[in-house]
Design a protein around this ligand. Structure first.
Ligand SMILES: [Zn+2]
Length: 264
C-alpha cells in the first residue's frame, strides 16, 4: 500500500479504466477501511496491512456508496462492522440485480450488506482524532464522505472526482450542488477522491463548476431542439484549461450529457 500521511494508506487499482482506491486510516483505537474495490481478493493487500500494522485496533469498514467498484470486496472482512448510509443496503441489493450491463456480476463470495447505517451523520470520537461520516447525496442517493477533523482530510468517495464527476443519480443536480456548498464549510486541506489524485480544496469548486455549467449548457441545447444523443458539447468548455481527458473520461463526459438532458 502507498502511505499518504502518517496515519493514512491507499491501495490503488484500475476499475474499468478508472483509477480507483481503497484506503486505510488509523486512529488510536480503530482502523477505518474506506471502500472495498471490486472483489474480495482486491483487498488482500489491505487485509495483510491490517494484520501487520493495526495492532489491537478495531476494524471499521466504510462503504462510501453502493456502486460495484466500492463494495464488491466487502466479503474480505467477515465479522467486522460494515458502515454505510441508510439507503446503501437497499441500493446494493438493487444494483446486484440490475439489467444494466455496465454493472459487473457480483463476486462468487457475494456482497455482505452494511451492518450499521445512519441518516445524516455518524461521528467516532477517537482522541486526538474525530472521524465524521457525512451523508453527501448527489453522485448517488447514499453517497457519504469521511472527514478526519484532526488531520483536516476528506475521503470524498465519488462525491468529488478528478478530472470530472460522474452523473448517476436521477434529478441529482440541485442536491449535489447543495452538498458541495456544504463541503466547502469543512476545514479541510487535503481531499482524497476514490478516483483521481489527492488534491486541495480547489477540487470542490472545479466539480461544482462542471456540474452547474454542464446542466446549463445541456438545458439550453435541449430547449433549442437538440436530441438526447446529438449533444455537441465538448468537455473542455466545462473544465480548467490544463485538464486533459483520456478516453474513459471523454466517455464519462458524454454519458453525463445524456444524464443532464434527461434531467433538463
Ligand atoms: Zn466509483
Amino acid at each position: 500500500m502507498e502511505q499518504l500521511t502518517a496515519d493514512i494508506w491507499v491501495q490503488r487499482m484500475d476499475a474499468g479504466g478508472f483509477p480507483t482506491i481503497a484506503a486505510v486510516a488509523l486512529t488510536p483505537t480503530r482502523a477505518f477501511v474506506i471502500d472495498t474495490l471490486m472483489r474480495p481478493q482486491d483487498m488482500s493487500p489491505v487485509v495483510e496491512f491490517l494484520a501487520e500494522r493495526a495492532g489491537g485496533r478495531r476494524t471499521v469498514v466504510v462503504n462510501t456508496h453502493h456502486h460495484w467498484d466500492h463494495v464488491y470486496g466487502n466479503a474480505a472482512f467477515p465479522g467486522v462492522d460494515l458502515v454505510a448510509q441508510r439507503a446503501c443496503p437497499r441500493l446494493i441489493q438493487a444494483h446486484g440485480s440490475t439489467a444494466n450491463e455496465s454493472v459487473p456480476l457480483q463476486p462468487p463470495e457475494g456482497v455482505p450488506l452494511p451492518t450499521i447505517t445512519f441518516g445524516d451523520r455518524l461521528t467516532y470520537h477517537d482522541e486526538p482524532e474525530t472521524v465524521h461520516l457525512i451523508h453527501t447525496p448527489g453522485h448517488s442517493e447514499d453517497s457519504l464522505v469521511v472527514f478526519l477533523a484532526g488531520a483536516r482530510l476528506l475521503f470524498a468517495g465519488d462525491t468529488l472526482e478528478w478530472p470530472l464527476p460522474n452523473f448517476t443519480q436521477r434529478e441529482g443536480k440541485d442536491i449535489w450542488i447543495h452538498t458541495l456548498r456544504q463541503l466547502k464549510q469543512l476545514p479541510v486541506d487535503l481531499i482524497v477522491p476514490s478516483h483521481g489524485p489527492a488534491m486541495g480544496r480547489a477540487l470542490i469548486d472545479a466539480n461544482e463548476r462542471y456540474i452547474s455549467t454542464v446542466h446549463e449548457a445541456v438545458a439550453a441545447a435541449k430547449a433549442a431542439g437538440a436530441g438526447r444523443n446529438d449533444l455537441d458539447l465538448p468537455a473542455a468548455a466545462f473544465l480548467g484549461e490544463d485538464v486533459v481527458l483520456d478516453a474513459v473520461y471523454e466517455a464519462a463526459h458524454r454519458g453525463n450529457l445524456v444524464w443532464a438532458w434527461d434531467e433538463a
